[in-house]
Ligand binder design. Sequence first.
Ligand code: NDP
Length: 245
Amino acid sequence: MNNVKDKVVVITGASSGIGEETVSLLSENGAKLVLGARRLDRLEKIQQKIGHNVSIKKTDVTQPDEVNALIETAYNDFGRVDVLINNAGLMPQSFLEKNKQDEWNQMIDVNIKGVLYGIGAVLPYMRKQKSGHIINLASVAGHVVFPGSAVYSGTKYAVRAITEGLRQEEAAVGSNIRTTILSPGAIDTELTDHISDKEMKQGIDEVYKDAIKPDAIARAINYAINEPEESSVNEFIIRPSSQNL
Ligand code: NDP
C-alpha cells in the first residue's frame, strides 16, 4: 500500500532537521512537495537534490501573508493540498527569571501563531476538497514541564490543544480532515543551537547526548500519511529509548 504517492504535501521549516529529513522520505515515496522556510538557499539545495515534483517558497511563518502564499504555491503548481505539516519551530529555552522577552515572543509567534496561520490558510481549501491532513509538531515538552521549559512547553501544550480542537471541529462537520500531533523527544537537529542561556544550554546538551536522528520522526509522519483515509493517527510521542524525561 502506498498512500503517500502523488499526495501534495506542504511543509514549513523544511530547510533543516526534521523538516528536511521528512521531505527526503516523502519524496522517495512519491509525494509532491512544497517547501517553506526563511533560508531560501537551503531550500534551493534540497530542491536540486530531489530534482522533480518539488516547489519552494521563502516563508516566514510569523507572516500570515507569506503562509497564505505558501499554500497558494501548492495550488498553483500541483492543483491541491493533501497534507500540511506545521513543522517550523524554535526552542530558545531559558529560566523565567532571565526575562528574555524577545525569545518568549519569538517562540509564541513561530510555535503557536505560525501553526494557527497554517491551519487558517489551508482549511478553506481542504474543506472544499472534503479531504486533507494537518500534522503539527509538538514536543515531549508539550506533555511535561521542567525548569527552563516554561515558555517553550507553553507553546507546545498550545499546539496540542489547538490540534485536538481542530480534530473535534472537523469531525463534527464531517469534513474528512485528519489531524496528527507529533511529539518528539531529543532529536539531533539544529534546534538546540539557538539556546542563548548558557546554564540552560549545558543541561540540554546533557539530555541531547543520546539524541536520535530525525529519520525516526520522518518515518512516523510517513506512517500517518500512508494510513487509509478513514484512519486518523491522532498522536505520537517518540523519544530516544534512553531518555527518562
Ligand atoms: P531545526 O532547527 O533543525 O529546524 C527548525 C526549522 O524551523 C528550520 O527549518 C527553520 O528554517 C524553521 N523556522 C524557524 N523559524 C521560522 C520562521 N519564522 N518561519 C519559517 N520557518 C522557521 O529543528 P527541528 O528540525 O528539530 O525542529 C522541527 C520541529 O520539531 C520544531 O517545531 C521543534 O519544536 C520540534 N521538536 C524538535 C525536537 C528536537 O529535539 N529536535 C524535540 C521536540 C520538538 P529557517 O531558519 O530557514 O526559517
